[in-house]
Write a new protein. Structure first.
Lengths: 281, 172
């Protein structure tokens, strides 16, 4: 017993060292991004408060640019609205002719919540985005996050007034995407280098495309709706096994300057996942 | 004693907040991140027992982790880093000689010794942190660039901060 106590006192520095290293390793290797503890992330109440306070100041810096972008988008939407109204008018004449018009349930499949980004990083290999809306506003895990440029990420952890989303700039996130106009899909993943580019893997070699083609989400994962803008093809190369292409995609979202985002709710997501689970049995 | 302790805790909290709010947002040329909060470990008294040094470092790393969503990463790097601080310092001191000053600073150590001390420790911390980070995705040339870039940026900023705090103490 005495020897044991002597040993402990003599080597207490080493024991402390090993204890703390073990603690860190438990934290480091046990936390997977989908089940991250609410205490050790920026959805922690105190941390979120700090970021909200600083965002209240830094949020003003990008206002001029944000305003310009909104005006631009507003103009585009007004044009689209005009076109749609003209089309609608044309169809309403046709509908009046054969009164079979029914409301389309698919149109009500999606709904969205507006949120502000209060913390964001692009410098790690696994980046997360903290948003100022939480379960009180109807945000739930697995909801899609997009901004005016394109896809941003997927909601991961939610508390009452804040939520944390996994950024597309996270090497653990894979998003199912396709070349617009074709039905061949691949998996978009970040290579950890530049915040402006990501890699679209596993594209079949027979698909025809040229650099500059648009990449959109495929809608297969039930998180992102079909056809959300992702970016444009910048470059492509054969993958190791020669049967697939890997494309470098220039992301249309500017991750260094995220401001207002939309969190999209897919009402049929649960049903689709349930159905797919059933099919795998 | 108590006022000193409170002041040290205040400084540590200030550096955690600065790191979270200001320095984590800096990402120079897409590779270099300044890890300025390790200055808190740099300037801990040399007479402090290893157990205390490790405890403070672990919680410092954990606090920064919580703010940057990287649980365990900085905590592990800080613990190993704090453990290696004294061996690194004794590398630069003549064998058997006593420590030059109680708290490492440019004034206590002299410019040349402090530059070597700070550069080695910055490099050590960047190697530790980015190696731990690259466990999830290994990309050697990029890893090397990040280590070199971040080391230089951290080193320069820490030298600046140390010169500033020195100026203030002289006036007092």
């Amino acid at each position: 017993m005495r020897n044991l106590i002597d040993f402990l006192i003599k080597h207490h520095a080493w024991i402390f060292f090993i204890f703390y290293v073990a603690m860190s390793c438990i934290l480091l290797f046990s936390s997977n991004p989908y089940q991250r503890s609410v205490f050790f992330g920026s959805s922690n109440r105190v941390v979120a408060q700090v970021y909200e306070t600083t965002n209240a100041v830094s949020g003003y810096f990008g206002l001029r640019k944000a305003n310009e972008e909104l005006l631009m988008q507003n103009g585009e939407l007004a044009m689209e609205n005009l076109q749609l109204r003209r089309q609608l008018q044309r169809y309403s004449y046709a509908a009046a002719a054969d009164s079979l018009a029914q409301s389309d349930p698919m149109l009500q499949q999606y709904d969205f919540v507006l949120a502000r980004v209060i913390n964001n990083s692009v410098s790690h290999l696994e980046n997360y985005i903290t948003l100022d809306k939480g379960s009180a506003d109807g945000v739930e895990p697995e909801m899609a996050v997009v901004d005016h440029g394109g896809i941003v990420g997927i909601v991961n952890v939610v508390n009452e007034h804040n939520s944390v989303a996994i950024s597309v700039l996270n090497t653990k996130l894979h998003v199912s995407c396709k070349v617009k106009g074709t039905d061949c899909f691949g998996s978009l993943v970040w290579d950890g280098r530049s915040a402006a580019y990501a890699v679209l893997e596993e594209m079949p070699r027979h698909v025809e495309f040229v650099p500059g083609d648009t990449i959109v989400t495929s809608g297969f994962s039930a998180v992102f709706p079909d056809g959300v803008m992702v970016g444009t093809i910048h470059d492509y190369a054969k993958q190791k096994d020669d049967n697939f292409y890997a494309m470098q995609v220039k992301l249309s979202t500017d991750f260094a300057r995220l401001g207002a985002v939309r969190i999209i709710k897919n009402y049929t997501q649960d049903q689709q996942q349930l159905l797919e689970k059933e099919a795998r049995k | 004693m108590n006022i000193n302790l409170l002041r040290e805790i205040g400084i540590a909290l200030l550096f955690v907040l600065l790191q979270a709010v200001v320095f984590n947002q800096i990402h120079l040329f897409g590779i270099a991140v300044p890890l300025v909060f390790i200055y808190v470990i740099f300037r801990m008294p040399l007479s402090l027992s290893t157990a205390w040094l490790l405890t403070v470092s672990f919680f410092l790393g954990l606090a920064v982790d919580i703010f940057s969503n990287t649980p365990g990463m900085n905590a592990l790097a800080c613990t190993v880093f704090a453990f290696l601080r004294r061996p690194v310092l004794s590398l630069y001191l003549p064998h058997g000689s006593d420590y030059v000053a109680e708290i490492p600073s440019i004034r206590g150590f002299g410019m040349w010794l402090y530059v070597r001390y700070a550069l080695t420790l910055s490099l050590l911390y960047c190697v530790l942190l980015f190696s731990i980070e690259s466990l999830s995705l290994f990309d050697f040339p990029y890893l090397l660039m990040r280590i070199v870039g971040s080391t230089l940026l951290t080193f320069v900023l820490i030298l600046c901060i140390d010169s500033l705090s020195q100026g203030r103490e002289k006036r007092l």
